[in-house]
Ligand binder design. Structure first.
Ligand code: MN
Length: 278
């Protein structure tokens, strides 16, 4: 099914899922080029399937290895963008296994994925390891949301409601880089009181907090402030977390650990959506 989806978020949450499910202590390193727009129109299921196929190829062979997933922009036309996906592992794959790699790609073609991808092509196996290289072509989204990434966050007042001090420091160091001013609440009740007393442009709201959790705090805040963007932060991608969050009036959500790029794009999007509403 084709739809508008956040490609960067898909890659990040998939990587986290791979890491969680891995029982071989492999390290997975994801890098999505910063110039790649977050949102595209296409099939998230197909992207997920292909990334998973590439990842599993190496995961099945490696123990304590490093699997790198690198995504760069190859070409950008008016209507579509072609991304180059490179997946590599640190082990030495013997020549005798080359045909397995090729049959993996053939199997991939059998799945009918070639309609979604212009090429899904194995390119090289070097002595240092091997690299699976393929292209994904996705339709650009005309809009708005991608241009919105460019929003300047300077002097925005952000409330960080987070009971984990280290996480809070990480977020505030990102925010500081963009010229934002951070304030801190260590639980949901404190966040609620601070929003009652002062004005903020946006709240980063941890879901799991003592006294009042993020959902409860959001519900209370929404009783008197419908507009302030509230971005939920969760440690897991548990569906029920987000369902609860949406009902409570959350604007968007992020799964920890959060890359600075994704944090920036989600904050920008939420702030612009909030402006649009006036
Ligand atoms: Mn927490």
């Amino acid at each position: 099914m084709k739809s508008k989806f956040n490609f960067r978020r898909l890659c990040e949450s998939l990587t986290k899922k791979f890491e969680r499910d891995s029982n071989k202590q492999n390290i997975i390193k994801l890098s999505v080029d910063i110039s790649i727009p977050n949102e595209f129109y296409g099939s998230p299921e197909v992207c997920e399937k292909l990334l998973k196929l590439g990842y599993e190829y190496f995961a099945n062979k490696l123990i304590n290895g490093i699997i790198k997933i690198e995504i760069v922009r190859q070409t950008e036309l008016m209507q579509e963008t072609t991304l180059m996906v490179k997946i590599s592992g640190t082990d030495n794959i013997q020549n005798s296994e080359n045909h397995n790699l090729i049959s993996l790609i053939k199997e991939n073609e059998l799945l009918g994925l070639q309609n979604e991808f212009k090429e899904a092509e194995y390119i090289q196996i070097s002595s240092e390891g091997s690299t699976l290289l393929f292209q994904i072509t996705l339709q650009n989204i005309e809009s708005s949301t991608n241009k919105k990434q460019a929003l300047n966050l300077k002097d925005k007042k952000i409330l960080i409601a987070e009971d984990n001090e280290i996480n809070a420091m990480v977020f505030s160091s990102f925010l500081e880089e963009w010229g934002c001013h951070s304030s801190f609440a260590i639980n949901g009740l404190e966040a609620l009181q601070m929003v009652q007393e002062d004005e903020y442009d946006l709240i980063l709201m941890d879901i799991h907090m003592p006294v009042l959790n993020g959902i409860q705090a959001t519900k209370k805040i929404r009783e008197f402030n419908k507009n302030i963007p509230i971005v939920a932060l969760t440690a897991s991608d548990l569906e029920q977390d987000f369902n609860g969050a949406q009902i409570a009036g959350i604007s968007d959500y992020l799964i920890k650990p959060i890359s600075s790029q994704l944090l920036h794009s989600v904050i920008s999007k939420c702030l612009l959506d909030a402006i649009d509403e006036f």
